[in-house]
Design a protein around this ligand. Structure first.
Ligand SMILES: *Cc1c(COP(=O)(O)O)cnc(C)c1O
Length: 389
């Protein structure tokens, strides 16, 4: 299918570099390219395909909702929208009325909404972490740490302080009475699945409380079952003021949400923000199908058990320096800067993985990944490394 590669190069903006494959179809955690080669998808569309590819629950929910009522604008609402808002609040462990949801179409838009929400405190200063990724639109980009992403687009919205991730003292030193919000990923995704010390979020909560700042957790990548919990922060017992989600929420159908808990849920007032597509019935029906399937198929338990097996298996090779993560959110450091070569060798062997940094491999497979898929990958893993090391 060189033809499609050439046509892509001629017609699609070159923001992503050349595509690695032209994919034709998928089922479960497997995808096939246009030449009929099969791959185990251990990246899941970057933590998006929670139920894998072509899951009947999503297909049915989307087709039946689209055949009934597809789009209505936010002058109106629909049952799926209200049900999803209620469900997200329940999954966050808050009572009805103790939080409110703004729906978007993507992660960066969820963060834009949250960023605007923080401005409604009357303060502008935001403290974020080095290694963070919060999106590519101008606001979210201002909160994203990688300079190569930011510099070409400056000036960006200002008053942002970056602190080393996981360092509670540095965080405490950066926050003051003029800080609107502390923004953190509970586990950093784009940085290669970086897990902070156990008490880091609790520390952030108390620093935020001390200064009257909001604690905003970006669960765009870590949320919706990825870590074996509905949200990665839940196991810490910390209650944030704002949570943003997207990626896994729609299982491949674009949807995101900015969730304000307690008083943060009422900071955005009529006229402060809006969206045409956000919260449309089809996207909400897809998300409800994802959540229902995770519940009915006991996928949180599955993710926890399979995640242990996957991480333990990967860590057994001496060319792996460290394996991090929770559930099926996995980062591993190689003993050398060879992650691009390892990802390419994995692809040749029929496994899609991501080289997050020169030394780090990231895995975020569908939550429906099977034990057979894991066994196949672990069996192939030493030979993949042999090709490169
Ligand atoms: C991917 C990601 C985003 C941006 O989401 P998009 O849907 O790509 O706009 C924001 N925050 C985190 C933590 C992410 O992983």
């Amino acid at each position: 299918m060189t033809d499609l590669h050439e046509r892509y190069a001629a017609s699609v903006m070159n923001t992503f570099g050349p595509p690695k494959l032209v994919l034709a179809r998928g089922e479960g955690a497997h995808v096939w390219d246009t030449d009929g080669n099969e791959y185990v998808d251990l990246l899941g569309g970057i933590a998006v395909n929670a139920l894998g590819h072509a899951h009947p629950a999503i297909v049915d929910a989307v087709t039946s909702q689209l055949g009934t009522l597809g789009h209505i604008s936010n002058f109106f609402t629909s049952a799926p929208q209200v049900e999803l808002a209620e469900k997200l609040l329940a999954l966050l462990g808050v009572e009805a009325g103790e939080g409110k949801v703004f729906f978007t179409n993507s992660g960066t838009e969820a963060n834009e909404a949250a960023f605007k929400l923080t401005r409604r405190t009357g303060r502008t200063h935001v403290v974020v972490a080095e290694g963070s990724f919060h999106g590519r639109t101008m606001g979210a980009l201002a909160l994203t740490s990688k300079e190569a992403y930011r510099t070409p687009f400056e000036p960006l919205p200002g008053d942002v302080t970056f602190v080393p991730y996981g360092d509670a003292d540095a965080l405490a030193a950066a926050v003051s009475d003029r800080t609107a919000a502390i923004l953190l990923e509970p586990i950093q995704g784009e940085a290669g699945v970086v897990v902070p010390p156990d008490d880091y979020l609790a520390g952030a909560r108390s620093v935020a409380d001390e200064h009257g700042a909001l604690l905003w957790l970006d669960e765009v990548q870590s949320g919706i079952g990825r870590t074996g919990d509905w949200f990665a922060h839940l196991r810490t017992g910390v209650r944030p003021d704002v949570v943003t989600v997207a990626k896994g929420l729609g299982g491949g159908f674009p949807i995101g949400a900015c969730i304000g808990l307690g008083d943060a849920g009422t900071l955005l007032e009529p006229g402060n923000h809006g969206t045409t597509f956000g919260g449309n019935p089809v996207a909400c029906a897809a998300a409800l199908a994802v959540i229902r399937t995770i519940e009915e198929d006991d996928l949180l338990e599955h993710v926890t058990v399979l995640g242990h097996k996957l991480r333990d298996g990967l860590a057994a090779d001496p060319r792996v320096a460290e394996v991090r993560g929770e559930g099926l959110f996995v980062g591993l450091d190689l003993t050398a800067d060879l992650s691009a070569e390892v990802a390419a060798a994995a692809l040749r062997a029929g496994f899609i993985v991501n080289n997050a940094t020169p030394r780090r491999i990231r895995l975020a497979p569908p939550l429906v990944l099977t034990e057979d898929d894991v066994n196949a990958f672990l069996a192939a893993w030493p030979a993949i490394l042999d090709e490169v090391f």
